[in-house]
Design a protein around this ligand. Structure first.
Ligand code: 3BY
Ligand code: FES
Ligand code: FE
Length: 415
């Protein structure tokens, strides 16, 4: 029986510019380390302010075995607590959205205010100290209406950089006043890092995503410039010039658009950029035109492209008429939850301002296609014949950037 290499050995065996040694995608001990480091010690995207729009709205979110509950309190602030009762630790609320007056534990009815204070604990005696048994808070930040939580007692401080970059970019989209028009959960049969890899390239788009390709333009020009004909090189240069002109025009109009990347060297992984879209350029819909007549927030224009934001467990698209928010939570080494929310202005009315099928068509199809691709990649990573393969320097450089960040964070946490 050969020795099983340690996680650190697998990480050291990684060849930059290549996919990971298979065990880093498939092994249970790596999954446990990933959850501990990337989901319990880093800021992760957990939901939206519009998941809990009114005081008394709650939303349970499970991150591995650790559940949290998002709560809109009486003052209108969103708070997060561990979803665990301070009596004997029963889970307080089920996962998903609900409405409560107070948070009442189903087991022995300990009762908490929305601000987490314990107000009722029957039969605990005169000398029982309620004040010492409030719900345990979880660090939470709302960035333009996107909720990020960190389960560590010492959350990375560079969440401030994400906030400084995204608050002005998101403000016109009014996410705090948006409504979730539709939500879909998919459990993908693959490791979370394969979900990330799949999301950070569009090498696979042309052959797999006919619906998305109507509007989506790849971030990275997918060709080696050295192999291009003069004609194609001129077309690529014209594309770059058109994009640069759009960015300049958007920025002059007050809409930040240039790329900002915080990858290796940062704790909080993010990348944002305002992207052009193809066709009519308005929205990720089958005909590339706005699906919703009522625009998001204060938006008055439909030609402001797509503000794209990635984190290590999320990706989002903010467009004039609607927004898409994807949260990714690993369930096991080979299973990952991808939760998609389609957002519209809170006053937009289904059937009047938008047709739900038109709104959701592109990403319903794209998610299903991506789930199949991730399952294929995971199946291959567990094959005895698997060896790490080369990322394209032209279309897959973001995969290498992600894995460099991943390996760096693992090393900083002792691997
Ligand atoms: O991040 C996204 O949403 C896009 C779509 C397909 C691949 N990816 C770059
Ligand atoms: Fe919650 Fe007993 S465990 S009241
Ligand atoms: Fe895809």
């Amino acid at each position: 029986m050969p020795d099983i290499p340690s996680i650190a050995t697998l990480l050291r065996a990684r060849t930059p510019g290549h996919s990971l040694p298979g065990g880093l995608y498939t092994r249970d001990d790596v999954f446990a380390a990933d959850i501990d480091i990337f989901f319990h010690r880093h800021w992760i995207f957990v939901g939206l302010e519009c998941d809990v729009p009114e005081p008394g709205d709650v939303c349970g979110v499970d991150i591995g075995s650790t559940g949290i509950v998002l709560v809109r309190d009486e003052d209108g602030s969103v708070r997060a607590y561990y979803n665990v009762c301070r009596h004997r630790g029963a889970r307080l609320v089920p996962s998903g959205r609900g409405i409560v007056g107070k948070l009442v534990c189903p087991y022995h009815q300990w009762t908490y205010e929305l601000d987490g204070t314990l107000v009722l604990a029957p039969h605990m005696g005169q000398d029982f100290d309620h004040a010492c048994h409030g719900l345990r808070p979880v660090a939470l930040r709302s960035i333009g209406g996107l909720l990020y939580a960190c389960l560590s007692d010492d959350p990375p401080s560079d969440i401030d950089d994400l906030a400084a970059t995204m608050e002005p970019r998101l403000a016109p989209y009014g996410l705090r006043d948006a409504r979730i028009a539709f939500e879909a959960d998919i459990i993908e049969n693959g490791n979370w890092k394969l979900v990330i890899e799949n999301n950070r390239e569009c090498y696979h788009c042309g052959s797999n995503h006919p619906e998305l390709c109507a509007s989506f333009i790849d971030l990275d020009f997918g060709f080696d410039p050295a192999t291009l004909s003069d004609e194609d090189r001129a077309a690529a240069a014209a594309h770059d010039a058109r994009y640069a002109a759009r960015v300049a025009e958007w920025e002059k109009a007050g809409y930040p658009s240039h790329a900002v990347e915080h990858l290796a060297g940062h704790a909080t992984n993010f990348r944002t950029q305002r992207l052009m879209m193809s066709g009519a350029g308005e929205s990720q819909t089958p005909d590339t035109r706005a699906a919703c007549r009522r625009l998001m927030g204060d938006m008055t224009r439909k030609d402001l492209g797509d503000v794209h934001l990635w984190g290590h467990n999320c990706w989002h698209h903010f467009m004039g008429d609607h927004a898409l928010s994807f949260m990714m939570i690993p369930l096991a080494a080979d299973r990952t939850l991808v939760r998609t929310k389609w957002l519209v202005h809170k006053d937009a009315v289904e059937g009047v301002d938008y047709d739900l099928d038109t709104l959701t068509a592109v990403w319903t199809a794209t998610n299903a296609q991506d789930a199949e691709l991730v399952a294929l990649a995971h199946a291959g990573a567990g094959n005895a014949g698997y060896t790490p393969g080369p990322y394209s320097r032209f279309t897959e450089r973001q995969l290498d950037n992600f894995m460099t960040w991943y390996a760096e964070r693992m090393a900083l946490h002792g691997y």
